[in-house]
Design a protein. Structure first.
Length: 373
């Protein structure tokens, strides 16, 4: 539901930015979409307030600059193995892909290589890191297809991390929303999102023993905002793996289960997963991992009973730990303390009964006051 709500917001923003076009402009857009010469660079028309809305919304929601969304993909690789370095360029307005843009990939000031974006707006090169470690690289727009795009040269470089690890490295996979972020991603978009209490301290401790992978269903076009938030808060380095836009509309559990299976084929040492949704926990368990479920629910009896039911239905509960906070995750990982799902279900049921009892008392008190009147 969170992903669908987020995509709906973005869709509304983009539709708002496109409204107000003349019939001729709409017909031109339709013709361009049907034109077999789709590799041509989309024309950057200036439509007054619509462009202003698109630029502002793109900057707020997508981290766009100059009306363009530019981001790069993190990667996970072995030493001395070719790895793809890739970046994407799209117009924030309607998310049109921009071909023909020259993108350079850099390690510091050293150029690794360049490539032009294809008709999907994607530029990619192959690179072979020599040894294990975290390689903090940048993708930079070095040249543009025509003068209409010259302001793209002013766009700040897009960061990308290549995490190079040995095959047997032990990993912990961590979700973002309501897991390290103490809110939904919408708060990250508009500003003011805070870390979940103790999550920063505990993830730093985890990073001393394990490799970190951040895995989220957020669509990849939100990469910039996500990376900016993690970096600003000081979370340990780890590749950030996001979903394609179409995957963001599907179930989180399905996406994560599929991604984890792919990771496990190359890095069988993924051992622990941390997330807030039962579907996250099931994806971890299905891939042979120990799951720490940090459930997110409203402080209402109905929601508590619903969460309790979801937890009871999880399979493979021998690998499932259900916790209340990051302190419990810490003692679970480093001291081996158990947090059985049954205990948390019991806690939810008891607390739901307490809330229902309090609600009943309030209703009885209100009835008595009405009778007195």
């Amino acid at each position: 539901m969170r992903a669908q709500r987020l995509i709906s917001i973005l869709t509304c923003v983009l539709l708002l930015a496109s409204c107000g076009k003349s019939n001729d402009e709409l017909q031109a857009d339709k013709q361009a979409q049907n034109d077999k010469r789709s590799y041509q660079t989309p024309q950057r028309r200036k439509d007054g307030w619509q462009d202003m809305v698109s630029d502002v919304a793109g900057g707020v929601f997508l981290g766009a600059e100059k009306g363009v969304v530019f981001y790069a993909y993190d990667a996970l690789s072995y030493p001395n193995e070719p790895v793809e370095l890739a970046a994407k360029v799209q117009l924030a307005k309607l998310l049109e892909d921009v071909p023909g843009v020259s993108v350079g990939f850099y390690e510091g000031s050293k150029l690794i290589g360049r490539a032009h974006t294809d008709k999907q707006g994607r530029a990619a090169i192959s690179w072979k890191p020599s040894k294990a470690g975290n390689y903090s690289l940048q993708a930079k727009i070095d040249d543009v297809p025509n003068k209409d795009y010259k302001d793209l040269l002013e766009i700040s470089p897009a960061p990308l991390l290549v995490a190079v690890r040995q095959k047997k490295t032990a990993f912990v996979v961590i979700d973002l929303d309501h897991t390290v972020v103490g809110s939904s991603f919408f708060r990250v978009l508009i500003g003011g999102a805070k870390p979940m209490p103790d999550s920063l301290r505990v993830t730093k401790a985890i990073a001393k023993k394990y490799g970190i992978i951040y895995l989220t269903q957020r669509p990849e076009l939100l990469s910039r905002k996500s990376k900016q938030w993690l970096r600003k808060q000081g979370y340990p380095k780890g590749p950030l793996l996001l979903s394609e836009l179409k995957e963001a509309l599907a179930g989180s559990g399905k996406f994560k289960s599929s991604e984890l299976a792919l990771i496990k084929k190359r890095f069988p040492g993924i051992q622990i997963g941390i997330g807030d949704k039962p579907s996250d926990a099931q994806a971890y368990v299905d891939n042979g991992m120990k799951a720490y479920l940090l459930p997110h629910y409203k402080d209402k009896a109905k929601d508590m009973r619903k969460m309790a039911k979801s937890i009871r239905e999880l399979q493979g509960r021998g690998r499932l730990q259900v916790v209340k906070n990051w302190e419990q995750i810490e003692v679970g990982i480093f001291k081996g303390k158990k947090f059985p799902a049954e205990d948390f279900v019991k806690y939810l049921q008891e607390w739901a009964e307490h809330l229902e009892y309090e609600e009943k008392l309030r209703e009885e008190k209100e009835e008595e006051e009405d009778d007195d009147d």
